[in-house]
Design a protein around this ligand. Structure first.
Ligand code: SRM
Ligand code: SF4
Length: 572
């Protein structure tokens, strides 16, 4: 038990609040249950494990068979490694690759927030896996749970003054926001239970941590490759004319999770709050989180994200509250402008005489499937040339620090393993993302990662046929309305409603600055290409030069297009 004395203060709060408060800083009974010869952890541990970067799941493909045979679910664990800015050393890459082969399902998943996920780990192998990750100097602590999640950043591996200063700010924020509990060390790394007179202080998170997950990203002026508008807290690093870091525009209150048929849950884009100087950014970020800690809804988890606090109390109230907690004056936010999103794929110079190459990974799944053996290929390149690896917010991989004479060897190894260079990947495929959904995600109501490859190839054929093959159109699919692949910020979103059916969303934009809306609800996947054909044809005929698909839909009017093409639809 924690030293929380007044449990009556938890009355009326969600069950998770009591679990957190009485967990003794995230220990609960995880250590004890780990020793038990059972395939799964209990419910309370399941909740607490998330803070340690671990989700208890079951293999949904095997549910039916298990039910038929009177067996219980096939329990397994998913591990999420928290990787600030997506930067992975060659040793850490190798460690994850080894875990994926030995104890997980043989694949590595790059997430939309620049982390690695390992699926299919059995309870008996979890401790070894977490240890191996720690030995490679990364951690899973805070990968999930009601804390600050992984802090994202544009992964462009350029080592100039601006990038270095941004990296320093991120490093300071990571230190500030990493939970201070020693539970992680004790449970997973066999750290001794430290008996000291000094209390274990979570000065930011306190006994109950945050009301809900909290997400922060850092973009570099002009390039929204990290989808700032989806975030609770977004920081846009601004460059001075001399190339130094001038400060950060701060935006707050974005979030994409919603629930079908529950209009009180909604998608929101982050709104501009203020501008701060580089040495003020950690303080302001901490106080943004602290205001949400103090005022976020702890009774209803569906209403507990920062976007709801701001919707209920107003952005001006929020700014005043943050202002009252910092010692400097918050400056008005500056106007942001965006160039087309850079996915950082292909070969680039990185400014120090070396090169980096961005490699496309379909839906982030590094695997050996048929002729495309990205897992073996990347491992061979990393073993041989030891590049730094960076994970992108589009679920792709960058190999950085490559000496120019080694470029041909990288290309040779890519070709040997069926890893395509970006120039041969159709734009629709390159700009598509899907979340894992079935079989690992317990919340999925439809397929995504396994469904999008087929659909996107049909759409590629359609676009080619219409002469639109060179258009940059983003297609994003998720297996439920939680929006893990950020479908609401793409030109086109497919949001699963039930097995085989999706709400088709249009009128977003390629730069992810505007939410899309439902064009047609509940569409069987096989009908999606035919549904989109007339709209794409009209786009081809009526667009302004260089106008993107989502922008054209937005200008023409979603409702007008729906009427024109004889659809009727409302959000499901
Ligand atoms: Fe997510 C829950 C996967 C990014 C919104 N997300 C989940 C879980 C853990 C399901 C669960 O709770 O049992 C999924 C695990 C599936 C699996 O088998 O791996 C899951 N989310 C993912 C990933 C792996 C999708 C991907 O394609 O990469 C991403 C991991 C990111 C990371 O490394 O931390 C992922 N999730 C997102 C994003 C995008 C983002 O943050 O940029 C969102 C929308 C933004 C937001 O948070 O508002 C997102 N995930 C959710 C939600 C809805 C939250 C809400 O406010 O309602 C849930 C459900 C929940 O929290 O209750 C969820
Ligand atoms: Fe699961 Fe839904 Fe997230 Fe997809 S969007 S991973 S189905 S929670």
């Amino acid at each position: 038990m924690s030293d929380l004395t007044d449990l009556s203060s938890l009355e009326g709060l969600s069950g998770n609040e009591a679990i957190k408060a009485t967990s003794n800083h995230l220990r609960g009974l995880i250590k004890e249950e780990l020793l038990e010869d059972t395939p799964a952890f209990g419910d309370t541990s399941e909740t607490l494990l998330k803070f340690h970067g671990i989700y208890q799941q079951d293999d949904r493909d095997r549910r039916k068979e298990a039910r038929a045979r009177g067996l219980s679910k096939h329990h397994q664990l998913m591990i999420r490694t928290r990787i600030p800015g997506g930067v992975v050393s060659p040793d850490a890459y190798v460690a994850h690759d080894e875990i994926s082969r030995k104890w997980a399902n043989g694949t590595l998943r790059v997430t939309t927030r620049q982390d690695f996920q390992l699926h299919g780990v059995l309870k008996g192998d979890i401790k070894k896996s977490i240890r191996a990750i720690n030995d490679s100097l990364l951690t899973t602590l805070g990968g999930c749970g009601d804390v600050e999640r992984n802090i994202m950043c544009c992964p462009e591996p350029v080592a100039d003054q601006f990038h270095n200063e941004v990296d320093r700010s991120i490093g300071a924020m990571v230190t500030e926001f990493t939970p201070k509990t020693r539970a992680y060390h004790e449970i997973w790394l066999d750290g001794e239970v430290v008996k000291t007179s000094e209390p274990e202080v979570e000065s930011l998170y306190r006994e109950q941590y945050l009301p809900r997950k909290f997400k922060t990203t850092v973009a570099l002026e002009g390039d929204n490759c990290v989808d700032i508008y989806a975030h609770d807290l977004a920081l846009v690093a601004m460059r001075s004319t001399s190339g130094a870091l001038r400060g950060f525009n701060v935006l707050v209150g974005g979030g994409l999770g919603r629930t079908h048929n529950k209009p009180e849950t909604f998608v929101a884009v982050a709104q501009p709050l203020c501008f701060v100087e580089p040495d003020q950014v950690v303080d302001v970020a901490r106080e943004v989180v602290a205001v949400q800690r103090d005022y976020g809804d702890r009774a209803n988890r569906r209403h507990a994200r920062l976007k709801y606090t701001i919707a209920d109390r107003g952005l001006d109230w929020f700014r005043d509250e943050v202002q009252s907690r910092v010692k400097f004056k918050l400056q008005p936010p500056e106007r942001l402008s965006w160039k087309p999103v850079d996915d950082h794929l292909g070969w680039h110079e990185q400014g120090d005489g070396r090169l980096y190459v961005g490699i496309y990974i379909e839906n982030g799944r590094i695997a050996d499937v048929d002729d495309v053996r990205s897992r073996s290929g990347l491992r061979k390149i990393v073993d041989e040339l030891r590049p730094q690896v960076r994970l992108t917010a589009q679920q792709n991989v960058i190999l950085a620090g490559i000496d120019p004479p080694d470029r041909s060897r990288v290309e040779e190894l890519m070709a040997e393993h069926g890893i395509a260079g970006v120039e041969s990947i159709p734009h629709a495929i390159r700009n598509a993302m899907a979340c894992p959904a079935i079989p690992t995600c317990g919340l999925a109501v439809a397929e995504a990662e396994r469904a999008l490859p087929g659909l996107i190839r049909q759409l590629t054929t359609l676009l080619d046929e219409l002469g639109l093959g060179d258009e940059r159109i983003s297609f994003r699919m998720s297996g439920c309305p939680n929006g893990c692949s950020r479908p609401y910020l793409g030109d086109v979103g497919f949001v699963g409603t039930t097995l085989g059916k999706y709400d088709v969303m249009l009128a977003g934009d390629f730069n992810g600055t505007r939410l899309n809306r439902v064009y047609a609800p509940n569409v069987p996947i096989a009908e999606i290409p035919a549904l989109l054909r007339p709209t794409l044809e009209a786009f081809r005929e009526e667009r302004e030069p260089a106008e993107g698909f989502g922008d054209w839909v937005n200008r023409t009017g979603l409702e007008a297009l729906r009427d024109r093409f004889a659809l009727s639809g409302t959000a499901s």
